[in-house]
Design a protein around this ligand. Sequence first.
Ligand code: IPE
Ligand code: IPE
Ligand code: MG
Length: 248
Amino acid sequence: MTDDSPRHDASRALDSTRIPAHVGIIMDGNGRWAQARGLSRSAGHRAGVENLRPVLEAAGEFGIRFLTLYAFSTENWSRPAAEVRALLLLAQSVIDRELDGLAQRGVRLRHLGRREGLEQALLRRLDAAEERTRDNDALTLNIAFNYGGRAEIVDASRLLVRDGVPAHEITEELISSRLATAGQPDLDLVIRTAGEMRLSNFMIWQAAYAEYYSTSTLWPDFGRDDLLLALQAYQSRRRRFGGLDQVS
Ligand code: IPE
Ligand code: IPE
Ligand code: MG
């Protein structure tokens, strides 16, 4: 799963016909980044937020159409209250600071995750950002905040029941249509920073056939060249979807 090998060279060109349509990033390692510098975990999260703009610009440059960033999981509420508070406040301030620029660059913003538990001040900003950017289509940016893959599947199941769909009519397509990502392509590539090799409840439905890439780089240090290396690794993989390689 790791692909930090020197075979990948940041100056090597990408095949523009094989750019993953949908990339997810599990932005991990803010705490370790801060600890290594003798800083507070919240300072690590601030550094992580500073990193969003360059990574988004690089995603646009490489032609990625859908990008999902895992920012706060349904399990992250179990962290110390002060850290949770810092993360919630950071989310508000980053929307305030970045929305104009994102809207101008044609980015469509979407919130994935449960609304319950989030404060009105943040929900208002998320709603306003979605509304303002709804007609943009250069890049769709999903912010997974208060997000859990299992919770999302539970919510989709509830919607199917609410809509009166009979059991024998339930299909994979119908479940997909009730997820927060309805209408979007499944994940092609999941990148996780900070060396961990697990999904931590990230898009467990949409990542069924995604390629996985783990890098030891901590999220605040992850930049354009790291994204390029991940895309090169992706392009070196053979995706079989359960079938066999084509023999030419
Ligand atoms: C990722 O960094 C950010 C969130 C989970 C919100 P961490 O805070 O998990 O950083 P580490 O894993 O402790 O280094
Ligand atoms: C996953 O990271 C969640 C986000 C990046 C938002 P965690 O740091 O919470 O994951 P675990 O606890 O190491 O699995
Ligand atoms: Mg972590």
